[in-house]
Write a protein that binds this ligand. Structure first.
Ligand SMILES: *[C@@H]1O[C@H](CO)[C@@H](O)[C@H](O)[C@H]1NC(C)=O
Ligand SMILES: *[C@@H]1O[C@H](CO)[C@@H](O)[C@H](O)[C@H]1NC(C)=O
Ligand SMILES: *[C@@H]1O[C@H](CO)[C@@H](O)[C@H](O)[C@H]1NC(C)=O
Ligand SMILES: *[C@@H]1O[C@H](CO)[C@@H](O)[C@H](O)[C@H]1NC(C)=O
Length: 294
């Protein structure tokens, strides 16, 4: 087998693959998460590198020639990353990141090198380099998911940015509203012209000073139309724009304090009382007029 893999017959592919940008992977502190990556070729993976853009010369995971190389692995990741499938069958280059914590939040990129044997002897294809601009966003938050509210309420959408960096941009977004933001702040100033009109004057920072990286916003007087997914993106001089949080807001119509049947029963009772009182009065007047002349 080894003899077959001669320089002529082997060509290399390089992939930079990640997950869909649309969705972020959410986890709670302490969870084990799977960072998905697949070369989709079935060819043997000869090298696999998982990176985070902010770790310049260090890696999350560096695997080559069937060995994990920890020399340049960032200490944060020592002993916490494993291949999901140790044999990487079908090009599965996913890894499991164990016991995540807040500082694991961020962008993960996977780079796969595969080698495959050329079927045709004569035509040796050029080494093919295929780059895809995708990455996985991991968000570690305490309670991921969902916020429920009644129409008319003020709702806080929580998001915590880095505590040690001055943020240059904050953007709250609803991916289904193409183009415009729900809320946009640059250099500490909100910009209405980047904001979808339906959110004008309805969104405020929970803490205008954004102490400790708190970039939560209050969405005032919500209606059922505000139901949707809200994403919190921040940018700092030291890091690329990052998706920190994704919240699904569900707004329902404020229901009346009594169920419908109770209201109906109340109306029936009232009618009975009114009619009863009417009869009684009539009878009283009738009796009075009868006894009157005596
Ligand atoms: C691990 O990586 C370093 C730097 O890239 C390299 O010098 C070293 O030889 C590698 N170790 C193994 C066992 O491949
Ligand atoms: C990847 O996408 C980001 C944002 O969507 C963009 O800023 C960047 O230039 C892209 N990179 C490449 C290599 O296309
Ligand atoms: C929502 O917030 C606004 C501004 O702070 C306030 O005037 C209003 O009373 C609040 N509404 C509710 C239902 O709390
Ligand atoms: C919600 O959207 C519908 C349709 O776009 C619109 O008719 C209605 O007035 C909106 N309701 C509120 C409270 O904004």
């Amino acid at each position: 087998m080894a003899a077959l893999i001669s320089a002529q017959h082997v060509f290399m592919f390089l992939w930079i693959i990640g997950s869909v940008a649309a969705g972020a992977l959410e986890a709670e502190p302490g969870d084990d998460v799977t960072l998905q990556c697949n070369s989709h070729t079935g060819a043997a993976v000869t090298k696999l590198v998982w990176k985070r853009p902010e770790l310049k010369d260090e890696y999350v995971f560096y695997f080559s020639d069937n060995l994990l190389n920890e020399t340049n692995q960032d200490p944060l990741y020592h002993g916490r990353v494993e291949l999901k499938d140790p044999e990487m069958k079908n090009g599965d280059a996913s890894v499991v990141l164990k016991n995540v914590d807040y500082d694991d939040s961020g962008t993960y990129e996977c780079e796969v090198t595969t080698s495959s044997i050329s079927r045709r002897k004569r035509e040796v294809p050029e080494p093919s380099i295929h780059l895809t601009n995708q990455s996985i966003n991991l968000i570690v938050i305490k309670d991921p998911g969902e916020v429920k509210a009644m129409s008319g309420q003020n709702v806080t959408l929580q998001c915590n940015g880095p505590t040690d960096a001055a943020l240059t941009k904050i953007k709250w977004e609803r991916p289904d509203l193409k183009g415009h933001a729900v809320f946009f702040v640059r250099e500490n100033r909100p910009y209405e012209n980047f904001q979808d009109p339906r959110y004008h004057g309805r969104v405020e920072l929970k803490d205008p000073e954004m102490k400790n990286g708190d970039v939560s916003v209050v969405l005032m007087s919500v209606s059922v139309n505000d139901t949707g997914t809200y994403q919190c993106w921040v940018t700092a001089p030291t890091m690329p724009t990052e998706l920190l949080r994704s919240v699904h807001l569900i707004v329902s119509e404020a229901s009346s304090p009594f169920p419908g049947w109770a209201v109906a029963l109340l109306v029936v009772c009232l009618v009975v009382v009114v009619v009863g009182v009417g009869f009684a009065l009539k009878r009283f007047v009738f009796l009075k007029s009868e006894s009157g002349p005596l």
